[in-house]
Design a protein. Structure first.
Length: 182
């Protein structure tokens, strides 16, 4: 009997997380950061670098070395606005993108959020790169990271058909602003 109750409670927690994601998907995208491509190298020291595309069409690059950056509250796939500001500190603008195309790409975030993300077991240490889209919850000021693809020590895929379109878009932007492949 106890095992059955535990299973029901676990199911409720899973349903709650899924319903929160569904609620976010139903809302308008309001966050400042829509897409990001970044790599983390912890092989011999620490380096976090990447680029992100803001809702206004600006493209920013950043790099941090030395002391590792961590979110305020470590909850996988969630970042507070303050975390994003800290993660992207000292960012510099490297270009802009067409706002009409960006809006079209932003409209694909919700379908991609419904995709199943498959991650290969790997080490959190070493060298890894991620391409992500973000859903923003204005009530809590939290960004939910939607993984499109991961490489290196964090191999990941997203089953949504639209994920490849967004991945191609991010890679095209990287090439357009002359950012090296991660």
């Amino acid at each position: 009997m106890r095992a059955w109750i535990v299973l029901v409670l676990i199911g409720c927690v899973a349903c709650s997380a899924n319903s929160e994601r569904a609620r976010l998907i139903d809302r308008e995208i309001t966050g400042q950061v829509l897409f990001e491509s970044y790599s983390i190298d912890q092989t011999w020291s620490y380096k976090l670098s990447g680029m992100y595309i803001a809702a206004d069409g600006t493209v920013w690059a950043y790099e941090q070395t030395g002391t590792p950056w961590y979110p305020e509250k470590i909850k996988p796939g969630e970042l507070y606005e303050k975390d994003m500001l800290t993660k992207h500190r000292n960012a510099h603008q490297v270009g802009t993108v067409d706002r009409t195309l960006l809006r079209h790409m932003a409209d694909l975030i919700k379908p991609v959020a419904r995709g199943k993300v498959t991650s290969a077991a790997g080490s959190a240490y070493g060298n890894s790169s991620l391409d992500v889209a973000y859903l923003f919850n204005p009530d809590t000021s939290v960004y939910s990271e939607i993984i499109l693809a991961g490489r290196g020590d964090r191999v990941a895929t997203n089953s949504a058909a639209e994920a490849q379109t967004l991945l191609d878009y991010i890679r095209d932007v990287r090439q357009q602003v002359d950012m090296p492949a991660q």
